[in-house]
Design a protein around this ligand. Structure first.
Ligand code: ZN
Ligand code: ZN
Length: 292
């Protein structure tokens, strides 16, 4: 088994304990490895959030100042401010050291996609020895689409428009070829604001772009722990990816040791139900297919 989407620090709004932000106590990474071993063993891909790293701030800038509703922009500004405190350099050092200790870990990063700054972001992270990069649309302009405190925007914009805006960015991310894997590709459904029927044309635009750029998509159990109660991507969406030949990684998006490999059986079942028989393993950004 494998889990290619893991974080080492809970978010600031999470009241369950984690290590102080930016600190990596002895045994912390080992605790994730032990959880995955108990669940069957395999590889762990860590993918810390770039936007939480101090080095990213000058590059990402004050992206919420784009004409978004002032309350929504304020929420985003506050969220970004309280979530900061990590160091990209410090994070990379920890994972590289864990590899040197012989742990089955991969160095990844969760890259936030903004069309305006993605080139500068890629330049910022270029010096590090990444095994894989995952890309996420967490923000539509200044709106945090996957935050409970900002769901009023679904009512303000209308659900259909909100989904169109989200998927336009997701398709742009997929077309950019900037990362290796699309993370939680339909996270816009997280709080249950969904169109009357699944927007197959929006899905197709993302898939077509992923095929042309050679990007993979993750199958993630994170949605099972959220109000939507469903894996990302939805069964229909995942089937469409499979039919188009887009490869997958498996993921939990866990933010604490006990979440490593969370609901792995359900993730594998979802992938098999969609017709997949293999998943990707990465080494220095080079993918290899292995049996599911
Ligand atoms: Zn994410
Ligand atoms: Zn994540």
């Amino acid at each position: 088994m494998s889990d290619y989407h893991l974080h080492l620090h809970p978010h600031a709004d999470d009241d369950r304990p984690g290590p102080p932000v930016g600190e990596y106590p002895a045994g912390h990474i080992e605790a994730y490895v032990e959880t995955l071993m108990r669940r069957g063993g395999g590889e762990l891909g860590f993918t810390e959030h770039l936007y939480r790293c101090a080095e990213a701030q000058p590059v990402l800038g004050r992206f919420w100042e784009d004409g978004t509703d002032p309350d929504t922009a304020k929420f985003t500004e506050e969220m970004v401010r309280t979530d900061q405190g990590l160091s990209l350099e410090g994070y990379v050092t920890e994972i590289v050291a864990a590899k040197e200790r012989g742990l089955p870990v991969k160095l990844g990063l969760e890259v936030d996609f903004f069309p305006e700054t993605i080139d500068a972001v890629l330049e910022l992270i270029a010096p590090y020895p990444w095994d894989f990069l995952i890309g996420s649309v967490h923000w539509v302009g200044g709106w945090s689409v996957d935050s409970e405190g900002s769901t009023v925007e679904f009512e303000r914009r209308g659900i259909d428009t909100a989904w169109e805006q989200y998927f336009a960015l997701e398709a742009e991310l997929a077309a950019s070829g900037s990362v290796d894997v699309l993370a939680h590709v339909d996270v816009v459904k997280k709080y249950g604001y969904r169109p009357v029927s699944e927007p197959l044309e929006l899905y197709a635009s993302v898939i077509e772009a992923a095929v042309s750029s050679g990007m993979a998509v993750e199958v993630s159990s994170q949605g099972l722990r959220k109000p939507v109660g469903e894996i990302y991507p939805s069964p229909i969406f995942l089937r469409m990816f499979q039919e188009a030949g887009v490869p997958i990684t498996l993921a939990s998006d866990g933010h604490r040791p006990e979440e490593a490999g969370y609901a792995h059986d359900q993730v594998v079942s979802a992938a098999r139900d969609a017709g997949y028989t293999a998943k990707l393993h990465f080494d220095r950004r080079s993918p290899t297919e292995i049996v599911l």
